[in-house]
Design a protein around this ligand. Structure first.
Ligand SMILES: Cc1ncc(COP(=O)(O)O)c(C=O)c1O
Length: 402
């Protein structure tokens, strides 16, 4: 199968580009699109974004902003009314009091991650991350010439870093620990107790704890939570969040972070230089995101995601995938496919070509046994998932007999 080119290898490129790989799933997606052009029907389970449109109240608020000509730059930290609305959301939903001044609005969680890594991480500073994990995190660290301290995690810790693992792997130059809960690609969460232990440990070591809560709200067996509820003081805690997933605004490119007071000025200065401000129309539109009628739509969709998860889970087990930790959130299954193949990349490729089901190979999430895992996203409706299950069953039966 065709491998994605790393980059052109042109001598003019900066050395950091050597480590920056494209998403392998993009190559697969390109192949899927080509098959679709040839008339094949492809079921896309590789897509890491909600299949729902942005809720109508948000769209209407965006249209109104455009019609009012509201298209000028906002402050680099974000629209004051949106920062207040975000702070109000934390108070109302999570019962944590955050001054609006600590909320920084960014172009997606991506913008927030780049900003935070940018203000904190110097050449010799290391960021501790779980492997498997969201692949871009390593590249944000690479981008600032920081050190990546990747820790292999497995089902024993729910594919998450723990306070003990952090302690065990802490190095002199560890400056920050980055955790996602719920996580991509595993959908697993860090419990409130463990988050409190992690927070204490990182604080005692003098580091920063960065918690990516982009899938907050998309949780199924438990209440949505924030690490802010677990940390006594928040001087070492940075929260990353986004309007992309729960609020279903991926293409609007809007997120936020919550930072301690002493980092605000640096955020302001770097945000001014990196992106000036997050998109104004998106910020105006997002003012409608916390309205009760919008939350009602989002909660209804959350229940649909839960139905999909609960539909797919037993089927995947029946097909022979192992899912040692049932995901509590996000919209992913990170499946151990070692009983079916010893090469998840080839498996994903064959499944696409032979049966028209697109999934993501483990290689996109790190170097910790990637050949053993694939990620399936339930960002399709139940009839499509049902069809995907049938196609996978046929594919696996053919492999057994063929
Ligand atoms: C864990 C995690 N963090 C951050 C992002 C970036 O999201 P965005 O920039 O759309 O907010 C993603 C996107 O899939 C993600 O899965």
């Amino acid at each position: 199968m065709s491998q994605p080119a790393k980059h052109s290898g042109h001598p003019d490129l900066a050395p950091r580009m050597d480590g920056i790989e494209p998403f392998h799933v993009m190559a697969l997606l390109g192949e899927a699109r080509e098959l679709e052009r040839q008339g094949r029907d492809i079921i896309h389970l590789e897509v890491g974004e909600p299949d729902f449109d942005t809720p109508q109240p948000i769209i209407e608020a965006g249209i109104a902003a455009l019609q009012q000509g509201d298209i000028h730059y906002t402050s680099s930290l974000g629209l004051a009314s949106l920062r207040e609305a975000i702070a109000g959301y934390y108070q109302e939903r999570f019962e944590v009091a955050i001054p609006a001044s600590r909320v920084v609005v960014t172009p997606g969680a991506s913008g927030a991650l780049l900003l935070i890594i940018g203000i904190l991480i110097g050449r010799n500073d290391a960021v501790m991350l779980a492997d498997p994990g969201y692949p871009c995190n390593q590249n944000f660290v690479r981008f600032v010439d920081g050190q990546i301290q990747s820790v292999a995690v497995d089902e024993r810790t729910g594919y998450q870093l723990t306070a003990d693992l952090i302690e065990q792997h802490w190095r002199e130059n560890t400056k920050a620990v980055l955790i996602a809960s719920p996580a991509n690609p595993t959908g697993t969460m860090v419990s409130a107790d463990e988050m409190a232990r992690i927070s204490e440990r990182v604080k005692a070591r003098g580091g920063y704890l960065i918690v990516d809560e982009i899938y907050q709200g998309l949780v199924y067996d438990t209440e949505a939570a924030t690490a802010l509820q677990c940390a006594e003081d928040n001087q070492h805690l940075i929260i990353i969040n986004s309007f992309s997933k729960y609020f279903q605004m991926t293409g609007w490119r809007l997120g936020w972070c919550i930072v301690p007071e002493h980092l605000l000025e640096a955020c302001d200065h770097l945000a001014q230089n990196l992106f000036l401000a997050a998109p104004t129309t998106a910020q105006r539109a997002a003012l409608a995101a916390f309205e009760p009628q919008t939350i009602e739509i989002l909660e209804q969709r959350r229940r649909i995601f839960q139905q999909r998860r609960d539909f797919l889970y037993p089927h995947l087990l029946e097909l022979g995938f192992k899912i040692p930790v049932k995901p509590q959130g996000a919209f992913y299954f990170y499946c151990d496919c070692s009983a079916l193949t010893d090469n998840s990349m080839q498996f994903a490729h064959d499944l696409l070509y032979q049966s028209g089901v697109a999934i993501t190979p483990g290689l996109d999430f790190g170097t910790n046994q990637p050949e053993r895992y694939v990620r399936l996203a339930y960002t399709r409706d139940i009839p499509a998932l049902q069809q995907a299950v049938e196609r996978m069953a046929g594919f696996l039966a053919d492999r057994r007999t063929g």
